[in-house]
Design a protein around this ligand. Sequence first.
Ligand SMILES: CCCCCCCC/C=C\CCCCCCCC(=O)SCCNC(=O)CCNC(=O)[C@H](O)C(C)(C)COP(=O)(O)OP(=O)(O)OC[C@H]1O[C@@H](n2cnc3c(N)ncnc32)[C@H](O)[C@@H]1OP(=O)(O)O
Length: 194
Amino acid sequence: MSGSSASLQPPADAVKPVRHPDAPAPGELLGAHYGACFGCGSEQPHGLHLQARAGEGVSITAEFTVQPAHQGAPGLAHGGVLATALDETLGSLNWLLRTIAVTGRLETDFVRPVPVGATLYLEAEVTAVAGRKIYSTATGRLDGPDGPVAVRADALFVEVKVDHFVEHGREAEIKAAMSDPDQTRRARAFEVNP
Ligand SMILES: CCCCCCCC/C=C\CCCCCCCC(=O)SCCNC(=O)CCNC(=O)[C@H](O)C(C)(C)COP(=O)(O)OP(=O)(O)OC[C@H]1O[C@@H](n2cnc3c(N)ncnc32)[C@H](O)[C@@H]1OP(=O)(O)O
C-alpha cells in the first residue's frame, strides 16, 4: 500500500519551498534542537539519538540505529518508534525554512521489518508550502543510503508561533529551553523567519 490521502496533496496555490539563506550548509550536522527531545536529544537514554544533516535545497538526511529499547516484536523495531524517526527527520526540515512548525498529519508505510542493531538511513524533503501548511515526504532505507526502502512517510506540518509551546508546554521545561546557553538551539526554538 502506498499513496497518501487527499489532505496530504498540496493545493493548487502551493509554492515550492525556499531554503532560508542562513540554513546550514549541505553536509552540516544539525545537532539536537532540544536535549530532552525523544527523537534527537542526548539526555534521553532510550531516545532515538537521531542525527540529521542538511542536504541540498530543502532536504535532510538522517541516521538512526535501532536499540534493544526500541523493540516491538522480539528483535524488531516498534512501528511507533519508526514513525518517530520519520517525524523527527521531517520536523528537522523546517529548520532549513527557519519556520517553527508542528506535525499536523503523518502517514506512514511500513514496507520491511527493521531489526534491532540495524541503522535506518533516512532522507526527507519539503515538497510544497501553502500558507502555514508545509508538505513533506521521507523514506528510511536499510543497509545504506541506497539500500531497500523499509519505511516511508508523507506529512503535513503546520506553522505555529512560539506561543504554541508557551501556552501548551510545561513551564519548567519552557523556562529551561528559553535559557539554553546553546545559541543555535535557542534560535531553532524561538526564531521565526528572522
Ligand atoms: C519554548 C520552547 C519552544 C520549543 C520550540 C521547538 C522548536 C522545534 C524545532 C525543531 C523541531 C524539530 C523536530 C521536531 C519533530 C517532531 C515534530 C512533532 O512531533 S510536533 C508534536 C506533534 N504535533 C502536535 O502536537 C500538533 C498538535 N496540533 C495542533 O497544535 C493543531 O492542530 C495545529 C497547530 C496542527 C493546527 O491548529 P491551528 O488551529 O493552528 O490551525 P488549523 O486552522 O486547524 O490548521 C491550519 C491548516 O492546516 C490544516 N490541518 C491541520 N491539521 C491537519 C491535519 N491533521 N490533516 C490535514 N490538514 C490539517 C487545516 O485544515 C488548515 O488548513 P487551511 O488553512 O484551512 O487550508
